[in-house]
Design a protein around this ligand. Structure first.
Ligand code: HEM
Length: 429
């Protein structure tokens, strides 16, 4: 049973708005897998290999950015109780600019081609600006003062800083600007990206969805209240220290943010352990692998571990796995909810709406989790022994294809059952 208390589900956008993002995202994982197959062993040698930087942004913007944008467009009106105005237009602009931006930025980094790089950076910045505007509107028009929406506000602020720093970096690489000490700026860009944007967004969405989807106790109030402000303060201080060349103080500040997120991750694992229904479910496996990767990444970071391993753990372990885990819950729920609403709106209950297990068959979901886990292990092995790279690429591509098939299957069910509901309404009239 889902606990939907406090959510205003009728405020969400039409189903095709979030689905467009969810359907595009796996293509960027396939693209990254093909790049790994093509350039293979060279890519995991260093964080500065052009192909590695390209994959970073195909995954960061093309995969993760799309899923986060689709989820937010769906969730913001539900949590804030006020619809995003002109959500279909927002959806179009956001989707096109993020997709094109990710593709071109990645290509520009890969080929070290300034016009491609700058066009991609401009488009990605445009897409993220549209997302920030949607978040700002939801915050501005919200009813009530939810902590979750405040958390999303903090994540949005971090996204703004990430995009600004990313754009400055792209402008420097493209010859428009001259930033001294590029490494400091790159590190600031990725700190705001992971700890602020990705970290705080995952935390805010989890605080809303983990008790809802797994029927767990709620997160402690002190954590909900303090996590966002603490991480944001630590990031701001860390940035100032880094820019004023105080590396030791900057590390303490960023370390505080990492530790705060690790506390959140550990509490999430504990709450999931305390869930009311102890049944195993493939999404839980995704959560556990993702959180474990994040915790290991936190420890490795504090030990100054290899950046490529950190990147694998954060992008492929945390972000890709958790996104798939969330999609496995969100997608069948949205399909079911929209069909049920359509039927209620039509004033009859004649058509049987498939339940969530039918919409997302567990054996396929387990297969996707297994492929994900193997891909992750192969990627880690490939860092130590490059000959594993091709195998890692094959598993990465396969997990993305299965994800795509599962999303398409939901869309197919939606179209079929929605058609039956319309036909039943016409017959009734
Ligand atoms: C408009 C959006 C963005 C632009 C224009 C952008 C641009 C850039 C550029 C130019 C670099 C430096 C490449 C180099 O030094 O050769 C970089 C590095 C990086 N970016 Fe972005 N970026 C954007 C968004 C993001 C997002 C959303 C994430 C993560 C969620 C991200 C993650 C990273 C990481 C991890 C690195 C460092 C890679 C490494 O050091 O191994 N970027 N970005």
């Amino acid at each position: 049973m889902l606990n939907t208390t406090g959510l205003r589900l009728d405020q969400g956008p039409p189903i095709h708005v979030p689905f467009r993002f969810f359907l595009t995202a796996p293509f960027f994982t396939v693209l990254s897998a093909l790049a790994l197959l093509h350039q293979g062993e060279a890519l995991l040698a260093s964080r500065w290999v052009p192909g590695t930087l390209a994959i970073t942004h195909w995954m960061a913007i093309g995969f993760l950015g799309q899923i986060m944008a689709g989820t937010l467009l769906q969730m913001l009106p539900v949590i804030a109780g006020a619809p995003v105005p002109r959500v279909q237009h927002f959806g179009w602009v956001l989707h096109l600019s993020l997709s094109m931006g990710a593709a071109l930025l990645g290509a520009g980094l890969w080929y070290s081609h300034p016009p491609l790089l700058l066009t991609g950076a401009l488009l990605a910045a445009l897409g993220f600006s549209a997302l920030l505007l949607a978040i700002w509107l939801a915050l501005y028009r919200r009813r009530g003062s939810g902590q979750q929406i405040r958390g999303i506000g903090f994540a949005a602020f971090s996204l703004g800083v990430t995009v600004l720093f990313g754009f400055l970096l792209a402008a420097t690489l493209g010859g428009w600007l001259q930033l001294s000490d590029l490494l400091v700026w790159v590190n600031l860009h990725l700190a705001w990206a992971f700890l602020g944007w990705v970290g705080l967004l995952i935390a805010s969405i989890s605080i809303q969805l983990v008790p809802l989807f797994y029927v767990t106790p709620n997160y402690p109030v002190w954590l909900i209240r303090s996590l966002g402000p603490l991480i944001l303060l630590a990031l701001c201080l860390g940035t100032l220290f880094a820019l004023f060349q105080q590396p030791a103080a900057a590390r303490v500040a960023f370390g505080t943010a990492v530790a705060a997120w690790m506390v959140f991750g550990s509490i999430t694992l504990y709450l999931q352990h305390e869930r009311r229904r102890q049944r195993m479910d493939p999404t839980l496996l995704h959560w556990w692998v993702a959180l474990l990767c994040a915790l290991v990444a936190g420890i490795l970071w504090s030990l100054e571990g290899p950046p490529v391993v950190l990147g694998i753990l954060l992008f492929f372990g945390l972000a890709t796995g958790l996104s798939a885990g969330m999609l496995f819950k969100i997608i069948p729920f949205l399909t079911w909810f929209h069909l049920q609403s359509q039927q209620l709106g039509a004033g009859h209950l004649r058509v049987r709406v498939p339940n969530m297990r039918t919409l997302l068959p567990e054996n396929w979901a387990y297969l996707q989790v297994a492929l994900h886990l193997i891909a992750l292990l192969c990627l880690l092995a490939a860092w130590a022994e490059p000959s594993w790279t091709s195998l890692a690429a094959c598993f990465l591509g396969s997990e993305a294809v299965i994800l795509l098939v599962l999303i398409l299957r939901n869309l197919w069910y939606f179209r079929r059952v929605a058609g039956r509901i319309s036909a039943a309404s016409s017959a009734q009239a």
